[in-house]
Write a new protein. Structure first.
Length: 229
């Protein structure tokens, strides 16, 4: 298999929706848990509202909408049910393993999820050995996405200058964080529309097979990517 030479020194990958196909699973469980709180939400609504955010940010939004604190133990219960679903259903994102095999520069993971969730999802899908020791969580920094803190922290720990880093994201909040960090952002357009990712500052693509080529030639956008506004 041909390995693609990159124009970057570091590739920072989001986890959910980029490495593991978890967004629909976790948001389905979240919609059920939020509805049980008395705030009915559909799968589509939870994706639009919470995808890419840290759990602390999600809780803050929920409490503001409910007008009261969420019950003690609600977050733990939601996570337990989500992990159960992951163990039954979770798979790697289609084509991501072959894409990773073709990337020659260092890679790491920077996710809004807590370390336990990141390691669980990567472990279930068999991807953990590829990133062990190079996993960074929103728990490591004061502010999660869309703030740049997590990506800047990952770059610092990996010894890479932000301007020489590529970020791979699938949410608008993640794209905004990468742009704010001064990094080149590639938006994997699956659950989030390519136009929304592009408007936030990403170079959109829709199949993982494209990623190594885009890292080598960031101008080589696919036909799915709308022009930058």
């Amino acid at each position: 298999m041909e390995r693609q030479v990159s124009t970057f020194d570091l590739v920072i990958l989001d986890c959910d929706g980029v490495l593991v196909d978890s967004e629909v699973i976790s948001n389905r469980v979240l919609a059920e848990a939020v509805t049980a709180l008395g705030l009915p939400m559909t799968l589509e609504e939870t994706i639009a509202t919470f995808m890419g955010r840290s759990m602390a940010a999600c809780v803050a939004i929920l409490e503001a909408r409910l007008g009261r604190p969420i019950p003690s133990g609600w977050v733990d219960g939601f996570r337990d049910r989500t992990f159960e679903a992951f163990r039954r259903e979770l798979r790697p994102v289609e084509g991501v393993e072959a894409a990773l095999d073709r990337i020659t520069v260092p890679t790491c993971v920077a996710s809004s999820g807590p370390p336990e969730k990141i390691r669980t999802t990567l472990g279930v899908t068999g991807l953990l050995p590829r990133f062990d020791g190079r996993i960074f969580s929103a728990d490591d920094v004061g502010r999660g996405k869309p703030h740049p803190d997590l990506f800047l922290h990952a770059a610092s720990q990996m010894g890479a200058a932000p301007a020489r880093c590529a970020v791979v994201e699938d949410s608008v909040f993640g794209v905004q964080a990468g742009v704010a960090a001064g990094m080149t952002v590639f938006g994997y357009a699956t659950l989030t529309d390519a136009a929304a990712l592009t408007a936030a500052g990403a170079r959109a693509f829709d199949t993982m097979a494209e990623l190594p080529r885009l890292l080598a030639d960031p101008g080589a956008l696919s036909d799915c990517s709308p022009p930058r506004r």
